[in-house]
Write a protein that binds this ligand. Structure first.
Ligand SMILES: Cc1cc2nc3c(=O)[nH]c(=O)nc-3n(C[C@H](O)[C@H](O)[C@H](O)COP(=O)(O)OP(=O)(O)OC[C@H]3O[C@@H](n4cnc5c(N)ncnc54)[C@H](O)[C@@H]3O)c2cc1C
Length: 446
């Protein structure tokens, strides 16, 4: 077993696997507290290759992610490349629109071009004393007993010793693979929806909100770009099944026809729709679950390696950043790595699973077409939130504008929904219009 990474692996080294969005964040936190950190990334440095089509053109930063950037001293720099977004505007098939504010006090989330954010994080990590970024260094295997990593670079493979491994290596994580070899149970699945990204002009649309077009089992959503006056949109269709689906429409023309059949008003304003849909890849969304996130004091998983989720809440990266902050806080408290990793898994795994569930369900919230039963339940839930703010808060607000546990937010949401459904079934849709004392009495009795 050779050892060619100098101080990073000469006994006390920390290796972060993956320099996606979470990797540089983990490296920054850890190098400031625990000394040298080597980051091994299988791909070439994205800052040195021409801009290409990545996973999504835009990502949303909410309070959890911003808190991390603030702690790392990067919030002001990131703010300069973001657009504030205060809500979502639904465009219904009948031509009507409805804006849902993201929070009751008008607070904004930040939309940022993924590539610009990624570059900024990599620059910050590279500038940090003690961080050693190595691109074109795929980790092929992890031996937690040594501990050591089998690394490929320049056509050769070699084992590299380290002390602690942080798996920021995404959906197909090699670090998670090592946990699975030691008995962890993991599941990687594919969301039933796939997506394509297109850039479009929406001259009549407010740039202070995101826009979406619900269509039942299809959805189009668009965020204002920061580097242009255009919008970056994503169209989601089912992967399989009859039209509309990616299985049933292949090639630019068929995709454009399918798009126009589902979103006729929108399609009329995109002159190069066929060219764009013909040229852009159809991307699948992978989901991951893993029942163990750590292995002794040797390995810990962070971000998509343990909880890749559907993208509809805009929380995957935010949750990944919060994972890192939680892990580091556990290390601050415990000092001993094994105890700290165990505490991290205990605190965080339930939250990872909860935000994955919330994100999946949010697709139906956004894509659902108007349905009287659902509208009535929503109206009652909104009234309950207004009436009893100390007891209930909107789920989106809890996820995007607070740092409370995602599991708690999900449990409370179930309670709110259950109560709204009970009131609806006992007292009918008119319950949403009842005077405060009466509704409060129903809620108390419910
Ligand atoms: C369409 C879409 C929209 C999204 N929008 C949002 C949003 O608005 N807000 C939000 O918070 N989240 C969003 N997400 C989720 C977000 O992109 C992910 O949660 C986030 O990228 C996770 O970061 P990560 O570092 O864990 O994984 P990744 O960003 O996937 O990084 C993993 C890195 O590890 C590297 N790697 C993998 N295997 C190895 C190996 N064996 N050796 C070395 N390197 C390796 C990969 O090359 C990659 O660079 C969205 C996701 C999608 C698909």
């Amino acid at each position: 077993m050779s050892d060619s990474y100098g101080p990073a692996t000469a006994g006390g080294g920390i290796v972060v696997v993956g320099a996606g969005l979470a990797g540089p964040v983990a490296a920054l936190y850890l190098a400031r507290r625990h000394g040298r950190v080597t980051v091994l990334e299988r791909h070439a440095d994205p800052r040195r290759i021409p801009a290409g089509q990545g996973r999504s053109l835009m990502v949303i930063l909410s309070e959890r992610g911003r808190r991390v950037l603030r702690e790392l001293g990067l919030e002001a720099a990131v703010r300069r490349i973001c657009a504030p977004i205060t809500g979502r505007c639904g465009h219904l098939p009948d031509g009507s629109t409805a804006v849902t504010p993201y929070s009751r006090d008008g607070a904004a989330i930040w939309a940022v071009e993924r590539q610009a954010l990624h570059r900024l994080l990599l620059d910050a990590a590279e500038a940090e004393p003690g961080v050693d970024l190595r691109f074109d260094h795929p980790v092929l295997a992890v031996d937690p007993a040594a501990p050591a990593l089998l690394v490929g670079a320049g056509g050769a493979e070699r084992w590299v010793r380290c002390r602690h491994v942080i798996g920021c290596d995404g959906v197909h994580s090699a670090v998670r693979g090592a946990l699975v070899e030691r008995g962890a149970r993991a599941r990687v699945s594919t969301l039933e929806l796939a997506y394509q990204e297109i850039v479009l002009d929406l001259p009549d649309c407010d740039r202070g909100v995101m826009h979406y077009w619900p269509a039942g089992d299809a959805l189009f959503g668009a965020f204002p770009q920061v580097s242009s006056r255009r919008f970056a949109g994503s169209v989601f269709f089912r992967r399989e099944g009859p039209r509309p689906s990616y299985r049933a429409a292949v090639g630019g023309r068929a995709l454009a026809e399918q798009f126009a059949a589902v979103f006729p008003r929108l399609a009329a304003g995109i002159p190069d729709l066929e060219e764009q849909l013909g040229a852009k890849p159809v991307s699948a969304v992978r989901l991951t679950r893993c029942d163990r996130w750590v292995l002794g004091g040797t390995a810990a998983l962070v971000g998509d390696s343990c909880h890749a989720m559907a993208p509809f809440m805009g929380q995957g990266m935010n949750a990944a950043f919060e994972d890192v902050r939680t892990l580091v806080a556990c290390l601050d408290r415990e000092r001993d790595w094994e105890r700290a990793f165990a505490a991290y898994e205990r605190i965080r795994k339930g939250d990872g699973d909860a935000i994955a569930d919330i994100s999946y369900r949010h697709y139906w919230t956004m894509s659902r077409l108007p349905d009287p039963q659902h509208e009535a339940e929503e109206a009652i839930a909104r009234r309950l939130v207004d009436l009893m703010p100390e007891r209930f808060r909107p789920l989106y607000e809890r996820c995007a504008f607070s740092e409370e546990s995602y599991s708690l937010a999900l449990t409370e949401e179930h309670r709110l929904r259950e109560l709204a459904r009970r009131i609806l079934s006992r007292h009918g849709a008119g319950a949403a219009e009842l005077p405060d004392p009466q509704l409060r009495a129903f809620a108390g009795a419910g």
